[in-house]
Design a protein around this ligand. Structure first.
Ligand code: ZN
Length: 214
């Protein structure tokens, strides 16, 4: 669409910016393109670092209940209300409350489902993989291993304490969004995920028939 063309011509100091939306479908239009770019950049950086950039399929702008969301097939939803005016650094329940940190968090969910699909459950059915995702199976194994390495399982953020999947996504947001200031435990969690990517950690993921609803 024409919108993409205007984005490309905008320039800006960000190296590789012209490739920011390469290969992505766009639905709707961004209430603020600069803020949207920061979210997409955060997502891109995390996904390429884990070698799953090709799983990122589209960016959708619209009215959503949350700030942003990522589904299992790589569609990133961005709330236009969230990006219309600057809303960075207003929340105390998340670890990196910037647009970049939000993109990194959402990408974190996709990283986990892609690592699961590619390396941990390559032969599983779609129903098994969906159930594993629903019950945060991989995240539970990642946190168990991170706790073993770190010696404890400290809080990363209030939002990260709502469920294992959010804790892992917050750890990613912390490491990529806060960089040197990240919680040392977040770094361990990211390291465990990197070990899945490089083949050094291969937890067995199982789902019961009851969890699959069959
Ligand atoms: Zn999340």
């Amino acid at each position: 669409m024409a919108k993409g063309a205007s984005k490309l011509s905008k320039g800006g100091g960000n190296a590789g910016k012209k490739d920011l939306y390469a290969g992505l479908n766009t639905e709707g239009s961004a209430a603020n393109q600069e803020n949207a770019d920061k979210i997409v950049q955060g997502a891109r950086d995390v996904l390429s670092d884990f070698g799953v950039d090709d799983a990122f399929r589209s960016v959708r702008y619209g009215k959503y209940s949350g700030d942003a969301g990522m589904n299992a097939v790589g569609d990133l939803s961005i709330s236009n209300e969230y990006i219309a005016k600057n809303k960075e650094n207003q929340r105390s329940d998340v670890v990196s409350d910037t647009y970049y940190g939000t993109g990194a968090h959402e990408a974190g969910h996709l990283v986990v489902s892609e690592l699961t699909r590619r390396y941990l459950m390559p032969n599983a059915s779609n129903l098994e993989k969906a159930s594993a995702r629903k019950y945060d199976k991989t995240e539970k194994e990642v946190l168990k291993e991170a706790k073993r390495r770190f010696g404890s399982n400290p809080v990363i953020s209030k939002y990260g304490s709502t469920k294992p999947g959010e804790k892992v996504a917050e750890a990613i947001s912390d490491v990529y969004g806060n960089k040197g200031r990240a919680n040392p435990y977040s770094k361990v969690i990211v390291e465990v995920l990197k070990d899945i990517q490089r083949g050094a950690f291969r937890p067995t993921i199982t789902v019961t028939k009851r969890e699959m609803g069959i």
